[in-house]
Design a protein around this ligand. Structure first.
Ligand code: IPE
Ligand code: IPE
Ligand code: MG
Length: 228
């Protein structure tokens, strides 16, 4: 029963509902969601998970009111500023996947500072998917590939080399909170053989125990990858 997923990806959903249930504006849910991020990072380290990828902002999330979008970006910026040194001290290698060049400049700066600072770290690989879309990732990769060499060899490995974070392996366990059971354009290429785990728990409430339950469920699954 000690099968540990190499790559865990999480769709952190339900912040808005968490706040609404308390009669608070949606922003409070996003703020409270930070504590759940801290918990999953801590537990991932304890459980020796090598890759943790967190869906933080999708290419579709631009449809939200401007104030909410701006709030999310400023929350990310201030959190990164606050946490980058401790992430580094914990030997965590932080990466960002998505169309980063379309984010506010201040956020782009702290993103590149954090990546540079933690680049040589050898512990947990923590990736934040920001302004990320799975379909966009594949399109961007093919475009960049052809720009580099119009006669390039096209196969799974050569396309992968142009993904936002090329070293990210396939997803083993994909968790989505808040009861929704869909991918919402997250890691579509990398999740072809992921085990899915859905829980009704809203993201800000997602506890260490909830995470461990997902890991236990994963350990019980029989993966066949098309074989028998
Ligand atoms: C997830 O929570 C956070 C982001 C998408 C940025 P939501 O904001 O989607 O929360 P609900 O789904 O409205 O409850
Ligand atoms: C997915 O959640 C995106 C993130 C968690 C960042 P959404 O709340 O945006 O997804 P839909 O709209 O319910 O599919
Ligand atoms: Mg949602």
């Amino acid at each position: 029963m000690n099968q540990i997923p190499v790559h865990v990806a999480i769709i952190m959903d339900g912040n808005g509902r968490w706040a609404q249930q308390r009669g608070l504006p949606r922003f409070y849910g996003h703020k409270e969601g930070i504590s759940a991020v801290r918990r999953v990072v801590k537990t991932s380290k304890q459980e020796n998970i090598k890759y943790l990828t967190l869906y933080s902002f999708s290419t579709e999330n631009w449809k939200r009111p401007k104030e909410e979008v701006e709030f999310l970006f400023s929350l990310m910026e201030s959190q990164l500023r606050e946490e980058m040194n401790s992430l580094h001290q914990e030997n965590i290698r932080v990466r960002f996947a998505g169309r980063i060049q379309l984010l506010p400049e201040k956020l782009q700066t702290i993103i590149s500072d954090t990546e540079k600072l933690t680049d040589a770290n050898t512990g947990l690989n923590l990736t934040f998917a920001v302004n990320y879309g799975g379909r966009q990732e594949i399109l961007d990769a093919i475009k960049r590939m052809l720009e580099k060499n119009r006669n390039c060899l096209i196969n799974e490995d050569t396309i992968r080399k142009f993904f936002y974070v090329p070293e990210l392996p396939d997803v083993d366990l994909l968790i989505r909170t808040a009861g929704e059971q869909r991918l919402s354009n997250f890691l579509i290429w990398q999740s072809v053989y992921a085990e899915f785990y859905f829980t009704p728990v809203l993201w800000p409430d997602f506890s260490e125990h909830d995470f461990k339950q997902a890991l236990e469920e994963f350990a019980r699954r029989k993966r066949r990858f098309g074989g028998i």
